[in-house]
Design a protein around this ligand. Structure first.
Ligand code: NAD
Length: 479
């Protein structure tokens, strides 16, 4: 499969003439090639976007909304095609792609298609001074959207949909590791009547294509989701250029379990929050803290439930765990097992690569539970972003809270308790942008999404995303 850039509504090979291999994680075989776009490709995408901005920014919100809703409908109509492509490209189980990734990509367009018709700005009147102030929210211009590989179309569209809903034109880059569904999206946009140049998709490495987007002098805002180190490097480049920045970065989220919780719901959800998408979700609860009185029971039950998960081909409907995304990522995960052993933790389950019959070169890894001897260790402080969780007991609320917060990240946190006072206390004091009490990854697209500390800057979701993708201008009238 040859992937091409989508520029000005057309599919074009890269001017760079450079290509990158695309691997199938389920068997390690190269099954396609994608452009490694250079500055000229990004410039072409920018020019198309800048030209379209002249009309798209003046198109009514109702008309923009209609096109976004149509894109949403078409993703739904072709959901099997998208789900199969996503599962093959990323290694995630087909059931997950069908039930989570692709429906959510369609919802992103539907949500922001509707939201833009309800978006509003402020006005302040001062009748005694005979002055009225009102605020315009104008589209920024050409914006850059850069997304990661873990939830490819889901996160790509989470940025693009609000950007174009708000009247911007976009130069977007999906992860070079999972380019296929973004490529398929171009065709859907054409079918939905999105004017050429409103969305431009350039493929390639972060260090070349991504960097060319970030350094482009006229791309005025960057919405980025990815690793914390990449976010820091983007901020370093973009800040002196005075670009607007939204950074959604890494996490090392605590999952705090009290003895007074609904045990069955907690344990079933904890299996998911630990290993869904092979643990490659920024919101996964990778540090599990359990109140000591139920620690041994939890340990036994959790191991038994995780052991029952089926590791297999992503295309097999019965697989719970597919392949991790790349060989590089598999090696990173394996390295953390070596670190866990060196730090003298106990590996309770897993820790090894899995050979799936006839697909021995695929990137499969056992769901792994490590009993750590302290929170102050690399296993608990560094983002592994794979099917690896740590567990350890705690004795008091204070101890659990301190360990949960004692990490550089602050994306999300989950607390399991039926004690209202305790849940309120933890909600107030946990250092994270998203707190789940007695649930995990329950999302309402109207809510602000994002992290604190090294997990990012800014919020996406709901009107927050539309605010990010618009520039405010205050007008003061004396009458
Ligand atoms: P990554 O940072 O390596 O890459 C993300 C994207 O940035 C890719 O498209 C990549 O090509 C591009 N990129 C890399 N270097 C760049 C540069 N110098 N300039 C511009 N673009 C560049 O991240 P990844 O490995 O693809 O994704 C995993 C990470 O993403 C994890 O840390 C995970 O926690 C994080 N993540 C965060 C969220 C969130 O909402 N906070 C959601 C999903 C994933």
């Amino acid at each position: 499969m040859e992937i091409r850039n989508y520029i000005n509504g057309a599919f074009t090979p890269p001017q760079s003439k450079l290509w990158i291999d695309n691997y199938n994680p389920s068997n390690g075989v190269i099954y396609g090639k994608i452009p490694n776009s250079n500055q000229s490709d990004v410039e072409a995408a920018y020019q198309a976007a800048a030209q379209s901005f002249k009309t798209w920014s003046k198109t009514s919100a109702e008309k923009r909304s209609k096109i976004l809703l149509k894109i949403s409908d078409l993703i739904e109509k072709h959901s099997s095609l998208f789900a199969e492509a996503e599962s093959k490209d990323n290694g995630k189980p087909i059931t997950l792609a069908k039930t989570v990734d692709i429906p959510r990509a369609a919802s992103n367009f539907r949500f922001f298609g509707n939201a833009i018709t309800q978006f509003y700005s402020e006005s302040h009147s001062n009748t005694s001074a005979q002055v009225i102030n009102y605020t315009l929210r104008q589209p920024i211009g050409v914006v850059g959207c850069i997304s990661p590989w873990n939830l490819p179309l889901y996160l790509f569209t989470w940025k693009i949909a609000p950007a174009i809903a708000a009247g911007n034109c976009v130069v977007a880059k999906p992860s070079e590791v999972t380019p296929v569904t973004a490529y398929l999206l171009g065709d859907i946009c054409n079918k939905a009547g999105l004017p050429p140049g409103v969305l431009n998709i350039v493929h390639g490495l972060g260090s070349t294509t991504g960097q060319a987007i970030v350094t482009h002098p006229n791309i005025k805002a960057i919405s980025f989701t990815g690793g914390t180190a990449t976010g820091a490097s983007i901020a370093k480049t973009a800040a002196p250029m005075f670009k607007k920045l939204s950074l959604e970065l890494g996490g090392k989220n605590p999952n705090i379990i009290f003895a007074d919780c609904d045990y069955q719901t907690m344990i079933n959800t904890t299996v998911k929050s630990s290993f869904a998408n092979q643990g490659q979700i920024c919101l996964c609860g990778s540090r599990i803290f359990v109140e000591r009185s139920i620690y041994n029971k939890f340990k036994t039950d959790f191991i038994a439930k995780v052991k029952a998960l089926k590791i297999g081909l992503p295309s097999d409907k019965t697989s719970n765990i597919g392949a991790v995304v790349s060989k590089t990522h598999l090696i990173k995960i394996q390295d953390y097992i070596i670190i866990a052993k060196a730090e003298k933790h106990t590996i309770l389950l897993g820790g090894n690569k899995v050979n799936v019959k006839n697909n021995e070169d695929g990137y499969y890894f056992e769901p792994t539970i490590i009993e750590v001897n302290s929170n102050d260790c690399r296993i608990n402080q560094e983002e592994i972003f794979g099917p690896v969780v740590s567990i350890m007991p705690f004795d008091t609320d204070e101890e659990a809270l301190n360990m949960a917060n004692d990490v550089k990240y602050g994306l999300s946190a989950t607390v399991w308790t039926n004690n209202l006072k305790r849940s309120m206390y933890f909600s107030e004091h946990l250092q994270a942008g998203i707190i789940w009490i007695n649930t995990w990854m329950t999302r309402d697209l109207r809510t602000p999404f994002g992290g604190v500390k090294a997990s990012g800057v800014g919020r996406e979701g709901g009107f927050e995303a539309l605010r990010f993708f618009t520039e405010q201008k205050n007008i003061c009238i004396k009458y």
